[in-house]
Design a protein around this ligand. Sequence first.
Ligand SMILES: [Zn+2]
Length: 111
Amino acid sequence: MEPTKLPNFFDESIKIISFCPVCNAKYNPLEARILEEKDDAHLIHIKCRRCQSCVVALILTSNLGISSMGIVTDLTSEDVIKFKTAKVIDADDVINIHQLLESGAEILISN
Ligand SMILES: [Zn+2]
């Protein structure tokens, strides 16, 4: 008995997001970059060759099949990785900055 050939996960998931939502151009799978892989989830960044718009999509696989969520973004794939790991700004941070500005202190901003 031949083993069942599993469909290539990336090929299957890329079919779901195969068109640019902005200009409707067909994506070339080679333009997609996998940013993060977990057991059943892939985070993918695609840049449209025609209109240069970018889409970040989360592809999820389950027993029910493959589903995806995508957003149009102006972030590059490097930006997505950078912000994904960045600390969330909370209310305390905003208040601290506000108080610092009120105090008239000189602020040195570094990256
Ligand atoms: Zn496009």
